[in-house]
Design a protein around this ligand. Structure first.
Ligand code: FES
Length: 141
C-alpha cells in the first residue's frame, strides 16, 4: 500500500501535509520565494520589458502606467525565453508580449496567448510588488 507523499493529502481520515502543494509558476524548479529581490525599480522603465533571473530563475517584467507585471520568461511554444532573439518583446501598441523566436503573441494584462503559436496557451504570471526602490516576489514569506 502506498503512503502519502509530500504535498498530497492522505486517505480519508489520514494525516494531511501541512505544506500545500505549489502550483503555477511556483511549481517550476528554482522558483524564488516570496520576498526575493528581483531588481531595482529604476531598472524597469515605463513602457518597456526587462528580462532578469533572480537566483537563476527566468522572469520577464513589464511596466505600463507605472504598474509592474511579471511572467516566467519561457514561451510555451518551445520554452525559449521571450527575449531570446533580442529585447523587442513589447508590441508597438503596448498590448502584447511577442516572443522573439517565432512570434507568439501574449496579452500583457493576462499572459493569455492571442497570436500565432501562443494561441491556446498562456504565460505563467508571477506575483510581484514594488516596495520602496525594489521590485520583489510578492506573497507571504
Ligand atoms: S519559442 Fe516562442 S514562439 Fe516559438
Amino acid at each position: 500500500m502506498n503512503s502519502p507523499t509530500a504535498g498530497q493529502a492522505g486517505p480519508a481520515g489520514g494525516r494531511e501535509d501541512p505544506e500545500p502543494a505549489r502550483s503555477g509558476w511556483a511549481s517550476w524548479p528554482g522558483a524564488p520565494a516570496a520576498g526575493t529581490r528581483i531588481c531595482a525599480g529604476a531598472d524597469l522603465v515605463e513602457g518597456a520589458t526587462l528580462g532578469v533571473a533572480p537566483g537563476g530563475f527566468p522572469l520577464l517584467l513589464v511596466r505600463q502606467q507605472g504598474r509592474v507585471r511579471a511572467y516566467v520568461n519561457a514561451c510555451p511554444h518551445q520554452y525559449l525565453p521571450l527575449d531570446y532573439r533580442g529585447g523587442r518583446v513589447l508590441s508597438a501598441d503596448g498590448t502584447l508580449l511577442r516572443c522573439t523566436s517565432h512570434g507568439a503573441g501574449f496579452s500583457v494584462d493576462t499572459g493569455e496567448g492571442v497570436e500565432g503559436h501562443g494561441i491556446g496557451s498562456c504565460l505563467e504570471p508571477v506575483p510581484v510588488e514594488e516596495v520602496g526602490s525594489e521590485i520583489r516576489i510578492a506573497g507571504r514569506r
